[in-house]
Design a protein around this ligand. Structure first.
Ligand SMILES: Nc1ncnc2c1ncn2[C@@H]1O[C@H](COP(=O)(O)OP(=O)(O)OP(=O)(O)O)[C@@H](O)[C@H]1O
Length: 718
C-alpha cells in the first residue's frame, strides 16, 4: 500500500489507475490475513533429512523418504527441517516459507504420515491458539523409537494426541473444520485429482461431510481459475446446510462455493414441507418423468382453451373447427422439442391450414407469385388481434409451476398418469400438490418441467450504436462496449446453471428425479460423491443407483472408502451396529476410535411420552456442555417441539429425516419402532438416528417397541 501511494504521486492517469489496482489487491490480501488471524497457524512437522536436496515451489524439500543414514544405528537422529502449517501460506521477505498453506504439497506429510508409514516426519504437532496466544499443543510421535534432537536439544513431546483432543470437544450448532487433524485416509480423498468422478463411501461419522468441504477448499487452491464460483455442494436438508456453512469461510474460502439443499436448487422455489413417505416414493421415482411429459402437453388444453379459430384474411372469413385444431396440435406436439419452443411450429401449422382453407394457393401457377401472396396472407393473419389472442390462449407459454398446479386436479392427474401410476397413487400425489408451499420432492419435478417446457427465446435488446463509433470503426473493435467486465462477470454468475465441480453429500438419499436435477447442473463437471448406502432413506436403492449412473455418464470413477468412525464412542457405535445388521445384513460398521465408558441408557414409558422425553432431555443437558438432539418419527415433529419448550436453545427436536448428517453431544431417540415403521427404508433411517451422538445416547421406548426387562427395545436386542 505504501508502494502504491508513492506510485500515485507521479500523477499521470496511468499511474493513478495502477495505484488504485495495487491498493485494491493489497486490501484484499490484508483482509484475508485479518480473517485468518484466529487459529491461523495450527501445525508443525519436524522432519529428517531427505533422500535428495531438491526444493519445491513453496521452498520446502520435496523428498518423501529419509536419506540413508538420517537415522544413526543407535536410533538417534537430527531434525533437518521444520515446517509450520497454516490456513494460508506466508513467505518472508526473501521468499522463504514461514507458513505453508495446508493445501500445498509440502503440507501433505502433516496429514499423511502415520507411525506405520512415517516418511520423514518425526514429530507432528498441532497448535491451538487464539489471537496471539497459544492455548495448547498436542504432539504425535511418528517414530516413537527415535531419540531425535533439534539444534542439539532433545525433541520434547506434549499432550495426548491432537485427534483425541479434537474429538472430545463439546459440539455447537455449527460444524468446525478439521484442518488440524485430517487423518491419512481422509487426506487421500481431499487431495485426489479432480478428474472425472471421486466416489467415497463410509459409515456414519467417518468424516464424509468434513472431507467433502475440505476437498472444495483444496480444489480451489489447486486451480482457482477453473473452480472459482463454480463449485456446487448439494446437501440433503437446509439444517445440514446451516450446520456446515461456516466451514469453508474458516478455511479462507468465502463466496466461492455454493452450498445448497436439495429443496432449494431451483432459483425462485423453496421447499417448505415434506411429503408423506408414500407420496415421496412416487414423486421421486423415474415413473414421474413420463407423467410430467404428459402433463406438460396436457396442460396446453386446460378448460379455457378456445374451441375454434376465426380470422378475416383477404376479405374472407376463415374458420378452423375443434377437430382441425386438435389435429394441428397433435402434429405440432409430435416433435421432441420442449413444449414452449414448439409454439412457432404450431403457429406455422395454423397458418398452413388457414391458407389451405382460403383457396388462394390455387390462384396462380407461378410459384414466385404464390409465395408473395402467401407471405402477405401470413402478415395479414398474424397482425390480426383475434389471431394473436387465439394463439396466446390456445398455446400459452407454460411455466413449471402452472403445470404442477394443473396436476393438483385429481381427475386430470389420473388421466395423465394412466398406465404409469395406479389411481390411488395419482390421487395422493394430486392431493399433496393442493397444499400451500412446495415439498422437497416437488423441486425436482419443477426442474424437470423446466427442461420439458424449455424457456422461449426472449427478443434480444437492441444495442444502441454510437454513430461516432461506426464512423471510426471503433464499434467493431470493442464488441462488449455496453457491458463492463465486472457486469459481465456478475451476469454470468447469475445465469450460471452449470458448475465446474459438483459435490454431492449424503448421496445415498437422492431419488432418481433428484439425480436428474443435480445431473443437469454438472453436465461438463467433475464430481465428488460421498455417501453411505446403509443410511439411505430412499426405498429403491437400485433405481437411484441407475439414475446416479445416468447423471455421471461414462466418466471413470476413483473409489475410496473411509473406515473409522470419529463421531460415536464405541458404546454407541456397538448399539447402532445391531440395527445395521437388520437394515443391511452383512455390511461392516466403521471402527470407533474412542470409548467413553458411558453405556446407552434405556427408558420405557407407559403413560406420558412427552413428559418422559422432556425429563431425559433435561437430564442430558446437565451431563454435557454442548448440544442435545431429540430425534422422533417425522409425524411427531411439531409435538416434540412442544415437549421441549422452555429447555433452552442447546436442545432441539428433529424429525428422523432431518437428523441426516447432523451431530450432537447427546441424543434422545424416541421409539425406534415408530421410526422404523414410518417408511420402507425405516430401519436405515433408524440407523441414522442412532449414530448422531458424540457422547451419550438415551433411547425412550413405549409399548410398540416391545422392550425387555432392562428397557431395551426389540430392534436393539442381540
Ligand atoms: N480427522 C478428523 N479430526 C477431527 N474431527 C474429525 C475428523 N474427521 C471427522 N471428524 C469429526 O467427526 C464428526 C463426523 O464427521 P462428518 O459429519 O463429516 O461424518 P459423516 O461421515 O459425514 O457422517 P454421517 O454419514 O453420519 O453424516 C464431525 O464432528 C467431524 O468434525
Amino acid at each position: 500500500m505504501r508502494d502504491a501511494a508513492q506510485r500515485g504521486q507521479v500523477g499521470t492517469p496511468g499511474a493513478l489507475a495502477e495505484r488504485d489496482a495495487q491498493v485494491f489487491r493489497a486490501g484484499l490480501h490484508l483482509n484475508r490475513l485479518n480473517n485468518e488471524y484466529e487459529d491461523f497457524l495450527f501445525g508443525r512437522i519436524d522432519l529428517l533429512r531427505g533422500k535428495d536436496g531438491k526444493k519445491g515451489p513453496d521452498g520446502a524439500y520435496t523428498a518423501v523418504e529419509p536419506a540413508e543414514g538420517a537415522v544413526r544405528p543407535d536410533n538417534t537422529a537430527d531434525i533437518a527441517e521444520t515446517l509450520h502449517i497454516g490456513r494460508i501460506g506466508v513467505l518472508d521477505e526473501n521468499y522463504a516459507p514461514l507458513v505453508i498453506d495446508w493445501r500445498a504439497p509440502a503440507a501433505a506429510p502433516f496429514y499423511r504420515s502415520t507411525p506405520v508409514d512415517p516418511g520423514r516426519v518425526v514429530r507432528r504437532r498441532v497448535i491451538r491458539s487464539k489471537g496471539r496466544r497459544v492455548l495448547g499443543v498436542e504432539d504425535d510421535l511418528m517414530r516413537p523409537e527415535l531419540k531425535a534432537s533439534l539444534d542439539g536439544r532433545e525433541l520434547p513431546v506434549i499432550g495426548d494426541g491432537a485427534l483425541m483432543a479434537a474429538l472430545g470437544q463439546a459440539r455447537t450448532h455449527t460444524m468446525r473444520d478439521i484442518v488440524a487433524s485430517i487423518q491419512a485416509e481422509q487426506d487421500q480423498v481431499i487431495r485426489a485429482p479432480a478428474a472425472s468422478v471421486t466416489y467415497v463411501e463410509g459409515g456414519p461419522g467417518t468424516g464424509k461431510t468434513a472431507v467433502a468441504l475440505h476437498r472444495a477448499a483444496y480444489l480451489l487452491y489447486q486451480d482457482r481459475r477453473r473452480y472459482a464460483g463454480g463449485i456446487l455442494i448439494v446437501s440433503p436438508t437446509p439444517l445440514l446446510v446451516a450446520y456446515t456453512e461456516g466451514v469453508l469461510p474458516s478455511l479462507g474460502e468465502e463466496g466461492q462455493v455454493a452450498i445448497r439443499a436439495l429443496g432449494s436448487l431451483v432459483d425462485g422455489a423453496e421447499a417448505t414441507v415434506y411429503d408423506s413417505p408414500s407420496v415421496a416414493r412416487v414423486k421421486g421415482s423415474y415413473r414421474m418423468l413420463k407423467v410430467l411429459r404428459k402433463a406438460a402437453r396436457g396442460a396446453l388444453e386446460l378448460n379455457d382453451s378456445p374451441a375454434r379459430l376465426r380470422v378475416v384474411a383477404f376479405g374472407r372469413r376463415l374458420e378452423l373447427q375443434a377437430g382441425e385444431l386438435e389435429r394441428i396440435r397433435r402434429t405440432a406436439l409430435g416433435g421432441t422439442a420442449p413444449v414452449n419452443l414448439l409454439r412457432p411450429r404450431a403457429r406455422r401449422l395454423l397458418l398452413d391450414a388457414l391458407w389451405e382453407r382460403s383457396g388462394a394457393a390455387n390462384r396462380h401457377t407461378d410459384p414466385e407469385l404464390t409465395a408473395e401472396l402467401r407471405s402477405s396472407f401470413d402478415e395479414d393473419v398474424t397482425s390480426e388481434d383475434e389471431f394473436i389472442a387465439f394463439l396466446d390462449a390456445w398455446w400459452p407459454e407454460l411455466t413449471p409451476a402452472a403445470v404442477l398446479d394443473a396436476m393438483a386436479d385429481e381427475r386430470r392427474l389420473v388421466r395423465w398418469s394412466r398406465r404409469i401410476l395406479d389411481q390411488g397413487e395419482a390421487r395422493r400425489v394430486a392431493r399433496s400438490l393442493r397444499r400451500d408451499g412446495w415439498s422437497v420432492h416437488d423441486i425436482a419435478l419443477l426442474d424437470e418441467l423446466q427442461a420439458i417446457l424449455g424457456t422461449p427465446p426472449r427478443p434480444r435488446k437492441k444495442r444502441e450504436i454510437d454513430p461516432l463509433d461506426q464512423l471510426t470503426g471503433l464499434e467493431e473493435l470493442m464488441p462488449v462496449r455496453e457491458e463492463t467486465q465486472r457486469e459481465r462477470a456478475e451476469r454470468l454468475a447469475q445465469e450460471r446453471v452449470e458448475y465446474a465441480h459438483v459435490i454431492v453429500d449424503e448421496a445415498q438419499d437422492l431419488t432418481p428425479m433428484q439425480w436428474r436435477m443435480v445431473g443437469r447442473r454438472g453436465r461438463h463437471a467433475t464430481w465428488t460423491i460421498v455417501g453411505d448406502p446403509a443410511q439411505s432413506s430412499w426405498s429403491d436403492p437400485d433405481e437411484a443407483a441407475h439414475a446416479r449412473d445416468e447423471a455421471l455418464g461414462s466418466r471413470p470413477r476413483r473409489r475410496f472408502e473411509l473406515t473409522v468412525n470419529y463421531r460415536n464412542p464405541a458404546e454407541i457405535a456397538d448399539l447402532a451396529s445391531k440395527v445395521l445388521a437388520l437394515a443391511m445384513p452383512g455390511s461392516q460398521a466403521p471402527r470407533a476410535v474412542r470409548s467413553t465408558g458411558v453405556q446407552p441408557r434405556f427408558t420405557v414409558t407407559a403413560g406420558d411420552l412427552g413428559a418422559t422425553v422432556r425429563a431425559e432431555a433435561a437430564r442430558l443437558l446437565e451431563r454435557v456442555d454442548g448440544t442435545v438432539g431429540v430425534v422422533v418419527a417425522m409425524q411427531r415433529r411439531a409435538e416434540a417441539r412442544r415437549w421441549l419448550e422452555g429447555l433452552g436453545d442447546r436442545v432441539v427436536a428433529l424429525g428422523s429425516l432431518e437428523a441426516k448428517g447432523l451431530e450432537y453431544d447427546a441424543t434422545v431417540v424416541v421409539s425406534p419402532a415408530e421410526i422404523a415403521d414410518e417408511s420402507p427404508a425405516g430401519l436405515r433411517v433408524l440407523y441414522v438416528a442412532l449414530t448422531r451422538a458424540t457422547q451419550q445416547l438415551t433411547v425412550v421406548s413405549d409399548g410398540r417397541d416391545e422392550p425387555d426387562a432392562a428397557g431395551v427395545p426389540d430392534l436393539l436386542r442381540d
